[in-house]
Structure formats: structure tokens, C-alpha cells
Design a protein around this ligand. Structure first.
Ligand code: FES
Length: 224
């Protein structure tokens, strides 16, 4: 004996071909497999569109809002001096601007003004001002200007740069492979500096101490 029974086809409720067909035409309660697939697919596409939209807005927002990634107006040399009154800005000491993530430096202190013009590569010698990106080219820490030796010193692994961001060559001056990167800059007819934080030029190769192109430290020992 077994529990298995074959239902006669004539008995109501048996799964005949006709009964299965009629069941398929009836609306299934809850979500059918097809509906579930459609909902899942629609949700996936919706989430993807949301992510793409949010990413695009996030990318262009700084330019729209005038934040980092957009041109940022710093001011004339007098404004920089006033905003950093405790620092020897007029001697070419770097002034830090957090909103631009930049150090602004007077290149030649003999000329007490920023000269009008545009500098796409950020060298700054023609405009008498340079804006350095705050990231150390080694691993991205923020070097600090040292008032004792007038150099920039990275607290993470000890890379050392002169006040214009030129890396001193040699292992004794830290592991950074190049000098600090520069922002494109413009100075208008009134001497007002604008830093274009959306355009960065990589810094040049290190220069050995004693060679032209590297400003020697004012003291043998610095701040770190
Ligand atoms: Fe500056 Fe390593 S991050 S020396």
C-alpha cells in the first residue's frame, strides 16, 4: 500500500490541461515572478540613475559654488599681509589659505606687489606670486612653513621644500619625488590675486642644496 493516488481526470480539481490553462489566466495573488522581476529591474535602474546624477552634481558643485576646484579670489599683497599680520609675508613667507588649499607666496620680496597677468602653469615668477597646492607630493600630508628657516617641512616623513615649494634633493631632505605642485593664477590690474584651484601643474624635480633654483634655509635646523 502506498499514499500515492491517481486522481481520475473527470474529478473536479484535478490538474488537467484545461484546468492549468484556466489557472494561468486568473490574476495571481500578491506579486507574480514577472512583476517581481520588473520591480527589481526598475529599482536597480532608478538607483543607478540616482547615483550617476548625484555623482555629476558632486563633481560640478565646487565650480558652481565657487569652492575648491573653482577660481578663488585671494586679494592683493596688502590683503594677504593684513590677513596674516603675525607672519613675515613681505619677506616671502608662505601664507596659508584653507579655502584654496594653497600657500600663497611673494616670489621676489624686493618688489612689494603682485604683478598683473596670467600664469597657467603657476610658476609665478612673471607675476611675482606663486600658489602652491597644500598636498605633499610624497603621500599627501600638509607641509608646514617654518618661520625659523623659511622652508616648508612635511610632518609625516620629513620632506623639505624651500619657501617657493622647491624640494631639496637628497634622502636627508625626505622622500618626496618632486617639488610641491602649483595652481594656475591670475593677477588683475589692481594686483588682486585669483587662484584657479581647478588647474594644477606638477612641481619640478628636486634641486640640490647650493644649486641655483633652491633657496637655502635661513638656519641649519628647522621646525621638525
Ligand atoms: Fe610628506 Fe611623506 S607625506 S614626506
Amino acid at each position: 500500500m502506498s499514499n500515492y493516488h491517481v486522481e481520475p481526470a473527470a474529478k473536479p480539481g484535478a490538474l488537467t490541461k484545461e484546468a492549468i490553462k484556466s489557472l494561468r489566466k486568473e490574476q495571481v495573488e500578491g506579486l507574480s515572478r514577472r512583476q517581481l522581476m520588473r520591480v527589481a529591474l526598475g529599482t536597480g535602474i532608478g538607483l543607478w540613475l540616482l547615483e550617476v546624477g548625484a555623482g555629476t552634481i558632486g563633481f560640478i558643485w565646487p565650480n558652481l559654488a565657487g569652492g575648491f576646484g573653482a577660481p578663488i579670489q585671494i586679494g592683493a599683497l596688502e590683503d594677504v599681509k593684513t590677513a596674516n599680520s603675525t607672519l613675515p609675508i613681505d619677506e616671502g613667507f608662505p601664507a596659508y589659505y584653507a579655502e584654496a588649499r594653497a600657500f600663497v607666496i611673494l616670489v621676489d620680496p624686493a618688489q612689494q606687489r603682485f604683478l598683473p597677468g596670467e600664469d597657467q602653469t603657476g610658476d609665478g615668477t612673471a607675476l611675482n606670486v606663486r600658489a602652491l597646492y597644500q598636498r605633499c607630493p610624497h603621500l599627501g600630508c600638509k607641509p608646514n612653513p617654518c618661520e625659523r628657516n623659511f622652508w616648508l617641512e612635511c610632518p609625516c616623513h620629513g620632506s623639505r621644500y624651500d619657501r617657493l615649494g622647491i624640494k631639496a634633493d637628497g634622502a636627508a631632505y625626505g622622500p618626496a619625488p618632486r617639488s610641491m605642485d602649483r595652481f594656475s593664477i591670475t593677477v588683475d590690474d589692481k594686483g588682486v590675486l585669483t587662484v584657479n584651484t581647478g588647474k594644477i601643474t606638477l612641481g619640478p624635480l628636486p634641486v640640490a642644496l647650493g644649486q641655483p633654483g633652491l633657496i637655502p634655509p635661513r638656519t641649519p635646523t628647522g621646525c621638525i
